[in-house]
Design a protein around this ligand. Structure first.
Ligand code: NCD
Length: 302
């Protein structure tokens, strides 16, 4: 495998390879005996055209823990602001021959375009509402840590399914790995078609939550809505916001996950976000490091 552009291009065996390498690295990190020179002399170029807290920092730490050097290119201070177009910018940067590119872009499929130009591995750190493969891998690692496996797990994703690349990659990965996936969203935020027919759609928490092992909340992706689709944050929270009360009522055994950004009291209430028993949110963030180390190791270290 040369690039990691999306979960759609991976089969179950390839997903398992990434996950078992991530588990191995997580165990080594715990013991302090990973190979911190594995990517020595490699230069990784970060092309983040969209803002990021977790993904960008986590890729940078992962690269540095493997001994690579990172160049963080910034679109706002680049020649894009002088009128240079995307393709010329990409051709310019790939001519400098980085050993890998990690990128995020608002346009659907932008990493595929870059991969067609680049002579090095391209790793997708999120494009439009299409794919965010390393997020789905780190989410899977977090569920495996907690439950021991993914097969037969009931995972319910609540929120802006239509505009979320996290939902898209997670629905694909979890279904390929044998989990039962459900999505809950208001009608305006539910896509017409889902990646697999056996993913079940619901429009209320009451109908969708029962028997969930994992409940994943998602942010309203307002920047990807062409008009206001939700009357107010408050109205959304009242109908779809996850509170401890709702969770205790409909899915008392479930743990809660959220890829962030965590918009409190819109998608998730303070009481759950801060509950160390119910929330795996910071574990997800921590698992981003071994997951991205595994991806870099397998693609760049090869
Ligand atoms: C997400 C993203 O940017 O795709 N966050 C993340 O990477 N952890 C989700 C979002 O922006 O809502």
């Amino acid at each position: 495998m040369q690039h990691l552009l999306g979960i759609n291009e991976l089969d179950k065996a390839q997903i398992e390879q990434f996950l078992s390498r991530a588990q191995e690295i997580a165990a080594q990190l715990k013991k302090g005996d990973w190979d911190n020179e594995r990517l020595k002399n490699k230069i990784i170029l970060h092309l983040f055209f969209e803002h990021s807290t977790r993904t960008l920092t986590s890729f940078e730490i992962a690269a540095k823990r493997l001994g690579a050097q990172v160049v963080n290119w910034n679109p706002e201070t680049s020649s894009l602001s002088k009128g240079e177009n995307f393709i010329d910018t990409i051709e310019t940067l790939t001519s400098m021959k980085p050993d890998a590119i990690v990128m995020r872009h608002a346009d659907y499929g932008a990493p595929l375009t870059v991969a067609s130009k680049a002579k090095c591995p391209v790793i997708n750190g999120g494009d439009s509402w299409r794919e965010h493969p390393t997020q789905a891998l780190l989410d899977a690692l977090t569920m495996i840590d907690h439950f021991g496996g993914l097969g037969g797990l009931n995972v319910t994703i609540i929120g802006d399914i239509a505009h979320s690349r996290v939902a898209s990659s997670n629905m694909q990965l979890l279904t390929k790995m044998g989990a039962n996936v459900r999505v809950i969203a208001p009608k305006v935020l539910m896509p017409e078609s889902l990646p697999f027919d056996n993913i079940k759609k619901f429009h209320t928490l009451k109908d969708g939550l029962p028997n969930s092992d994992v409940v994943m909340t998602l942010r309203l992706q307002k920047e990807r809505m062409d008009r206001a689709l939700i009357s107010s944050d408050e109205a959304y929270f009242n109908e779809f916001g996850l509170t401890l009360n709702i969770l205790d009522k409909y899915a008392p055994k479930a743990v809660v996950m959220d890829p962030g950004p965590l918009v409190r009291n819109v998608q998730i209430a303070d009481d759950i976000a801060e509950d160390p028993q119910r929330s795996l949110i910071l574990k997800q963030v921590a698992n981003g490091i071994p997951t991205r180390m595994a991806v870099l190791d397998m693609l760049v270290g090869a």
